[in-house]
Design a binder for this molecule. Structure first.
Ligand SMILES: CC(C)(COP(=O)(O)OP(=O)(O)OC[C@H]1O[C@@H](n2cnc3c(N)ncnc32)[C@H](O)[C@@H]1OP(=O)(O)O)[C@@H](O)C(=O)NCCC(=O)NCCS
Length: 157
């Protein structure tokens, strides 16, 4: 799976996504220290130990480099950055039964805006699955010869 590059200096506005989430009663916020074990358990259960390991890293960063989506106290999805490597977005994911409601976009935008605010000019999206999702949302472009890139020689589950 290739990596993608995003021009953070051309990032679309967060407001339409924030407004949509507000209308749907979804809270998008930075994860806090007290969320750590809930989030890691959720990521392991919905995705993998590898993603939970990367997400764990977010809780060692200051500020925590993970955003979560919550409705009625329940987690819907997450998006991290500065975990796999500095300046790398991901992992991210939404509960399969709750996809298609704008949560994935809002989480991605929240994390990308945090990366821009940190001072990064570009973001790298690591090991991309849904390339069209990122090219439409933030104008991401594929990075040539980036497979397996930074993810080589990984342990197998
Ligand atoms: C990718 C993901 C986070 C999107 O979350 P979501 O909440 O369903 O996304 P949203 O509802 O905000 O956005 C839906 C839009 O994204 C598009 N989209 C969703 N998944 C897509 C995919 N795999 N490929 C291309 N486009 C996709 C939809 O077609 C829709 O487009 P539209 O707005 O033009 O109608 C979610 O599908 C997911 O968790 N996937 C599995 C984990 C994953 O692949 N993570 C990314 C690793 S780099």
């Amino acid at each position: 799976m290739p990596d993608m590059l995003v021009k953070l200096y051309n990032l679309p506005a967060m407001e339409p996504h924030a407004l949509k989430m507000k209308e749907e009663g979804v809270v998008i916020r930075m994860a806090a220290a007290y969320d750590k074990y809930f989030v890691l358990e959720w990521v392991t259960g919905h995705f993998s130990k590898a993603w939970a390991s990367e997400c764990d890293r977010a809780f060692s960063n200051q500020p925590v480099s993970c955003f979560i989506a919550i409705k009625d106290g329940r987690m819907m999805g997450f998006a991290c950055y500065d975990c796999t490597r500095l300046d790398v977005f991901g992992p991210t994911g939404v509960d399969e039964s709750l996809r298609g409601r704008g949560v994935g976009k809002a989480l991605c935008m929240a994390a990308m805006h945090a990366m821009a605010a940190k001072g990064y000019a570009y973001a790298i999206i690591g090991w991309v699955g849904p390339a069209d999702f990122y090219s439409k949302l933030v104008g991401a472009t594929l990075i040539e010869d980036s497979t397996p890139g930074m993810y080589k020689d990984m342990l197998k589950a």
